[in-house]
Write a protein that binds this ligand. Structure first.
Ligand code: ASP
Length: 281
């Protein structure tokens, strides 16, 4: 099997720099993940490597650089799913962890639960020796300034990845700080399996956009269900997003990959940066 990788940097407004910074960040993250896949590494490790790199990049709304809640805190959501075993792990409304995607993987590996939230998830991070940080350490000056201006919006910057490895395994991962100015305790689509993140033996998807809309239409699983050998994946992703918009009015973006190595992306927002390595239409 020839490996394939797609990474997105969130659906939203066109950034002030036209998107150059986002594309640069995605290229670096995709490069590291692609090397793993080329060396025969597992799809799960590749999507985690890409997302972890973007959580460290302050240009994205995930990990360091997450948007702030209405109270001025960072609360993050993340999920990972392995398509062939259908094992999944997710965390929601977590603070104090530098890399929510690694904590989501720990939940998957332990296998006892699928989704952990808040303090219980943070305790698991401590027990697993995952990098912890004081709350303020995840807040960038730009996010603090945005919060001070009182801008509650969804500007984009969520990150996600889907991959197919040489052994034919599929995986998906998504990580986000959620929506700027959200209520404390709000959980978006990203950590909800089938909504923002989904993979099975047929395909893998990571979504971004209006979380409340994505949750209601179960967007990622809906897109994988709609995979069809006659239709290219960009069209399948676009149709899933159009369906969401018709049903809810919400907009967003989607990256999609199937077991044959076909890949596609679509967005109904003005902008979504995507990096792609390998694969057909
Ligand atoms: N979907 C994310 C959320 O609602 C936000 C985004 O993708 O920009 O948490």
């Amino acid at each position: 099997m020839r490996p394939v990788l797609l990474v997105h940097g969130g659906a939203g407004r066109v950034p002030e720099d036209g998107g150059g910074g986002a594309r640069e960040g995605l290229a670096a993250a995709a490069g590291a993940a692609w090397r793993l896949l080329e060396e025969g590494g597992p799809a799960m490790e590749a999507v985690i490597a890409a997302v972890q790199a973007l959580e460290e990049d302050p240009r994205f709304n995930a990990g360091y650089g997450s948007v702030l809640t209405e109270d001025g805190d960072v609360e993050m959501d993340a999920a990972v799913m392995d398509g062939n075993t259908m094992r999944a792990g997710a965390v929601a409304a977590v603070r104090l962890v530098r890399h929510p995607v690694l904590l989501a993987r720990a939940v998957l590996e332990e296998g006892r639960h699928v989704l952990l939230v808040g303090e219980g998830a943070e305790r698991m991070a401590a027990a697993r020796g995952l990098p912890r940080c004081p709350p303020g350490d995840l807040i960038t000056p730009a996010r603090r300034a945005q919060w001070e201006r009182g801008r509650a919006d969804r500007g984009g910057g969520t990150v996600g990845a889907v991959a197919l490895d040489r052994a034919g395994r599929l995986a998906a991962a998504t990580s986000t700080g959620g929506t700027a100015g959200k209520r404390a305790g709000r959980v978006g689509d990203s950590p909800l399996i089938g909504c923002g993140t989904y993979a099975d033996a047929r395909g893998a998807a990571s979504a971004t956009g209006d979380g409340e809309a994505i949750i209601r239409v179960v967007l990622a699983a809906r897109a994988v269900d709609a995979l069809d050998p006659e239709t290219d994946l960009a069209a399948t992703a676009a149709a899933a997003l159009a369906g969401m918009q018709a049903l809810t009015g919400g907009t967003g973006g989607l990256i999609l990959l199937d077991a044959a190595g076909r890949a596609g992306a679509a967005h109904t927002t003005p902008f979504m940066a995507v990096a792609r390595r390998g694969g057909g239409a």
